[in-house]
Ligand binder design. Structure first.
Ligand code: ADP
Length: 253
C-alpha cells in the first residue's frame, strides 16, 4: 500500500485566539480517513500540544518562555491525542502516539526501534500520530515546528510521499503577505539558492517554522527520493488530490 506522511502545522489547527480548534481537527481527520478508506498507510505529524494546553496551565495567551511552553505541551499533548483518538475511532480507526526527539535519529538502536514500531502500527491499520517530545527537548536541538521531523519520519519509513499542510497554498517566489508580486511555484525539482532566499520566516504568532523550515524539510525528503507536496490545509479534498498529483500547491520531485 501507498505510504504517506502528512504534516500539519500549529497555525492550521488553531483558532484566531491560538487555541486548538475542534472543527479544524475534525476536518483534518475526515481528510485522513478518506486516504485510509482508500487503503493507504498514513502517518500524521501533528503540532498543537502547546496550543491545546496553555489555557489549562492558567495562561490567557500562548506563553513564550521555553519551560512554560513545555509545561503547556505536557498538558496539551494528552488532550490533543484524546481528541484525535476519539475522532479516528468515530470512523473506525485507531490512533497511536509517538513522541520523538532529534537525538533519536542519531542513535542506531532507537532508529531501528522507531522504524519497526511504526511498521507494525501501519501494517495493522493504525494511524500513528507523531510529535516532537516537547517536555524533554532542549531549545537548540528542536526540530522547528515539526517540518524537518516530518521529513525524517518520511525517510525512516520509506514513505512514497510527504504532504506538508500549511496556512499558505504553496511556495512563492517571495513571502506573499509582504510582496504582492510574488507568484506560486507549482513544480520544483531542485532547491536552488534563489528558492532558499525566497523562503522566509512565518508572520503568524502561532506558526514557528515559516517557509524556511519547510524548505529544510524538503531538502531532507528530496535527498531520500520522497516526493513532497506543500499545500493549504483548508481546501476540501486536498489530501486525496495531493496523492493523485492534482491538488493546487507546490510539488517537489
Ligand atoms: P505552519 O504553522 O503551517 O507550519 P508557518 O506559518 O510556519 O506555517 O509558515 C507559512 C508562512 O510562511 C506563510 O504564511 C508565509 O507568511 C511565510 N512565508 C515566508 N516566505 C514564504 C514564501 N516564499 N512562500 C510562501 N510563504 C512564505
Amino acid at each position: 500500500p501507498k505510504r504517506v506522511v502528512i504534516k500539519i502545522g500549529s497555525s492550521s489547527l488553531t483558532s484566531l485566539h491560538g487555541e486548538v480548534s475542534r472543527k479544524k481537527l475534525e476536518k483534518l481527520v475526515d481528510q485522513v480517513v478518506s486516504l485510509k478508506d482508500e487503503g493507504m498507510e498514513v502517518v500524521l505529524v501533528s503540532s498543537g500540544a502547546v496550543a491545546a494546553g496553555y489555557r489549562k496551565l492558567g495562561f490567557i495567551e500562548r506563553p513564550s518562555s521555553l519551560p512554560e511552553k513545555q509545561a503547556a505541551a505536557s498538558i496539551g499533548q494528552g488532550l490533543l491525542m484524546e481528541s484525535y483518538s476519539e475522532l479516528f475511532l468515530s470512523h473506525g480507526y485507531v490512533a497511536s502516539q509517538i513522541l520523538i526527539t532529534r537525538t533519536d535519529f542519531s542513535n542506531e538502536n532507537r532508529y531501528y526501534n522507531m522504524s519497526n514500531t511504526i511498521n507494525v502500527l501501519l501494517e495493522r491499520g493504525i494511524v500513528p500520530i507523531v510529535n516532537e517530545n516537547d517536555t524533554v527537548t532542549v531549545d537548540r536541538l528542536k526540530f522547528g515546528d515539526n517540518d524537518t521531523l516530518s521529513a525524517k519520519v518520511a525517510a525512516l519509513i520509506n514513505a512514497h510521499q510527504l504532504i506538508i499542510l500549511s496556512d499558505i497554498d504553496g511556495l512563492y517566489t517571495d513571502n506573499p503577505s509582504h510582496n504582492p508580486d510574488a507568484v506560486m511555484l507549482e513544480h520544483v525539482t531542485e532547491i536552488t539558492q534563489s528558492i532558499e532566499a525566497a523562503a522566509k520566516d512565518s508572520d503568524s504568532a502561532v506558526g514557528t517554522g515559516g517557509m524556511k523550515s519547510k524548505i529544510d524539510a524538503v531538502k531532507i525528503s528530496m535527498a531520500s527520493g520522497i516526493s513532497t507536496f506543500l499545500g493549504k490545509t483548508d481546501v476540501p479534498g486536498i489530501l486525496s488530490d495531493a496523492v493523485k498529483g492534482k491538488a493546487r500547491g507546490t510539488y517537489f520531485e
